[in-house]
Ligand binder design. Structure first.
Ligand SMILES: [Fe+2]
Ligand SMILES: [Fe+2]
Ligand SMILES: [Fe+2]
Ligand SMILES: [Fe+2]
Length: 433
């Protein structure tokens, strides 16, 4: 039987405020938690922040008293949910540990959504972003090992490979080059809308996390890496938010956000392996059903529009996590040399098709003129351990020098770029076996 969130029974709004002991909750154990429980927790924190933030902006732009009141009331719930979810993180999980978790979310979520995306252009955009977050995981893993002695598999648990893809120095663009074509709200599938909003919320929170935590390490090299990757996450936010039709009305946008929350909590509840955390997802799902139905009533009353026209009558698995190594390996092999074309059609091309005047060359030269921190991270590992920190399948490892060669641009390289012949000279001993 399909789950129609517009017909299910939720928790009434007057029963949704919880006591502080419930709100502040209880953390999972860093050493015992399943990596995909952690990715759900990281993603749902981002989803709640998006809901809370959107509602503040909405409230500042509407003067209808009934809408203002209901948005304020449900927003109060979003912020308490956000605290409960975010504070599931244990105090002994370091900022770098959590960072590896954020990039695992980005890689495995984007791969999942890409394979469950009906719109080909949106799918292509997911595959493009996917390779960049994959590369971030590799760059951060160098510091996780060098500074904290952490094998990245303590966090990703061998479910996600740790290797380079499209090198981070090439993720820097003129921000307008990142802009994508928006879907048409009357033609796009409900699943496309829910997928994009989910990923957008995750990427936005990734940006915020790096911006707010990058300074917490003394290492200037690591701080530079956080600054560099934070800026790429800003580009990812631009990339995904511009896929959304800006002509959706504020009430449609409100409904879609509640719908995304319902889809995600429904999916989390189905998948969760930790029984205590499963109860939280179940309770929050019931809260979100109520939020959704409130938003549906507002849409009906103020815009005379039926919610089913905007979100349909079923939920989608917008945040399912499982190992995506095989899919990601294929995208790496196919697309490591792909770039944003910078043309009015907002498409993609291969490196050798880029124009001399491609606007992103200036952004890359300006930001990396003293070296790309992401390249520096590998040089630091080589100085310390005569190797990079990596853990990947042979499919992408076997010809990695050739793969690196394909990913580099002739027209521009950061001055500290690690070249394929240097890679070839690294120790091939497995660090973590
Ligand atoms: Fe929420
Ligand atoms: Fe990333
Ligand atoms: Fe990202
Ligand atoms: Fe909500």
């Amino acid at each position: 039987m399909t789950f129609n969130p517009l017909k299910e029974k939720g928790i009434s709004l007057d029963k949704q405020l919880r006591s502080w002991d419930k709100v502040s909750g209880c953390p999972f154990k860093r050493e015992l938690v399943d990596c995909y429980t952690r990715t759900r927790q990281i993603l749902m924190n981002g989803i709640e922040i998006e809901g809370w933030n959107f509602k503040h902006n909405f409230l500042r732009m509407t003067d209808e008293p009934e809408i203002k009141k209901l948005v304020a009331q449900t927003r109060h719930i979003e912020t308490t949910q956000q605290i409960t979810v975010n504070w599931m993180s244990p105090p002994n999980q370091s900022v770098l540990d959590t960072t590896l978790g954020y990039e695992q979310v980005a890689v495995d979520l984007t791969a999942w959504l890409s394979q469950n995306e009906p719109d080909d252009y949106v799918k292509e955009t997911y595959d493009f972003g996917l390779l960049e977050d994959f590369d971030h995981l590799y760059r951060y893993s160098q510091f996780a090992y060098l500074i904290e002695g952490t094998d990245p598999n303590e966090i990703v648990q061998y479910k996600t490979n740790v290797m380079f893809a499209r090198p981070t120095q090439y993720h820097h663009n003129e921000n307008f080059v990142r802009m994508r074509k928006a879907y048409d709200k009357d033609k796009a599938s409900f699943q496309t809308k829910a997928n994009i909003l989910t990923l957008l919320a995750g990427e936005q929170q990734t940006h915020n996390f790096y911006a707010e935590h990058g300074f917490m390490y003394g290492s200037p090299d690591l701080k530079k890496l956080y600054a560099e990757i934070c800026d790429v996450e800003e580009e990812h936010v631009t990339m995904y938010e511009t896929l959304i039709d800006p002509n959706e009305t504020p009430l449609e946008k409100l409904l879609l956000r509640e719908f995304m929350e319902v889809c995600c909590y429904h999916n989390c509840y189905k998948d969760e392996v930790d029984p205590k955390i499963k109860l939280v997802w179940e309770e929050f799902l019931a809260m979100e059903i109520e939020h959704l139905q409130i938003a549906a009533k507002l849409l009906e009353k103020y815009e005379k529009k039926d919610a089913e026209e905007v979100i349909g009558t079923e939920v989608y698995d917008t945040c399912h996590f499982e190992s995506q190594k095989e899919y990601v390996n294929k995208v790496i092999l196919d697309e490591v040399d792909k770039r944003l074309d910078g043309k009015p059609e907002m498409g993609y091309c291969k490196i050798d098709e880029l124009d001399e005047n491609w606007p992103s060359y200036k952004a890359q030269k300006d930001t990396c003129k003293t070296g790309a921190p992401s390249e520096g991270s590998i040089r630091m590992s080589v100085v310390s351990i005569n190797s990079d920190v990596m853990s990947a399948d042979n499919v992408i490892l076997k010809d990695r020098e050739k793969l690196l060669e394909r990913s580099l641009e002739d027209k521009y390289k950061a001055p500290n770029t690690v070249m394929p012949d240097e890679y070839a000279s690294f120790s091939k001993e497995e660090l973590f076996k």
